[in-house]
Design a protein around this ligand. Structure first.
Ligand SMILES: Cc1cc2nc3c(=O)[nH]c(=O)nc-3n(C[C@H](O)[C@H](O)[C@H](O)COP(=O)(O)O)c2cc1C
Length: 224
């Protein structure tokens, strides 16, 4: 099993430790796990090169390509972010912006339909759910059918200050998700809403409403 982890922040805070706990439960012998930090990727320039011309010509491709390749090869994708102002970190959003061309609206990667993902966030007070919802929305639009969310209020700014009782709660949550992920892996398939969206996007490509590059991609994939 291949696991790819995206960290929305470099420091090893409560979110990072929650992710470590999950990995401890999830990874078994023979699994491969690759981890990436998105902090150093420059913001999208809005040049539309990826969408209209070729993603390989994105000025930041050398930084994003290894991450995107690992995501595309993974069986399980884990994306984590601390809650910053009721949402994901700016750094993580910057990475997601570089994936716009992979939205179902454009050129979704075919194998996304058999992947499973986990979004993780912790917060001092409120907002962890909002952050994982934002991640889940991005992953849904990449075409991933099953996304679990782990959110936790930690009432602390450092992992060391998180109460033992809260840490126990986190451990219970990650164990539950790890068990479900292991079970669900065999039966991943798109739900009706995602299938509907995919069909709508196909109709859009057929009608010539999208970019020419996108339409030829949909044809190459045999989707339209
Ligand atoms: C820039 C910034 C914005 C934050 N915004 C919020 C917020 O809106 N609500 C909140 O409860 N905590 C907020 N926090 C606190 C973090 O969400 C909290 O410390 C969380 O546990 C951080 O996880 P970490 O230890 O993985 O960094 C913020 C922290 C930072 C640095």
């Amino acid at each position: 099993m291949k696991i790819t982890v995206l960290h929305g922040q470099k420091h090893q805070g409560s979110t990072w430790h929650t992710t470590r706990l999950l990995l401890d439960y999830l990874i078994t012998k023979g699994d491969e796990c690759q981890e990436f930090y998105v902090n150093d990727i420059p913001p999208c320039l809005g040049c539309f090169t990826c969408i209209l011309k070729d993603e390989e010509e994105c000025p930041h491709r050398s930084m994003t390509k290894p991450i995107i390749q690992a995501l595309e090869q993974a069986d399980i994708i884990i994306v984590e972010t601390p809650n910053y102002c009721m949402g994901m970190t700016g750094q993580l959003k910057i990475f997601f912006d570089h994936m716009a061309y992979r939205w179902m609206t454009h050129r979704p990667f075919a194998a996304m339909e058999s992947k499973l993902a986990i979004a993780i966030s912790t917060t001092a007070g409120a907002g962890a759910r909002a952050a994982t919802k934002q991640i889940a929305k991005q992953l849904f639009w990449w075409g991933i059918p099953k996304i679990y969310c782990i959110n936790q209020t930690v009432a602390a700014t450092k992992w060391e200050d998180v109460k033992a009782q809260t840490k126990l709660k986190i451990e219970q949550k990650v164990r539950k998700v790890a068990n479900r992920v292991k079970k669900d892996q065999v039966k991943i398939r798109r739900g009706p809403y995602q299938r509907f969206i995919f069909k709508m996007m196909g109709n859009m490509q057929k009608s010539g409403f999208g970019a020419a590059k996108d339409a030829s991609y949909w044809k190459e994939q045999g989707w339209i």
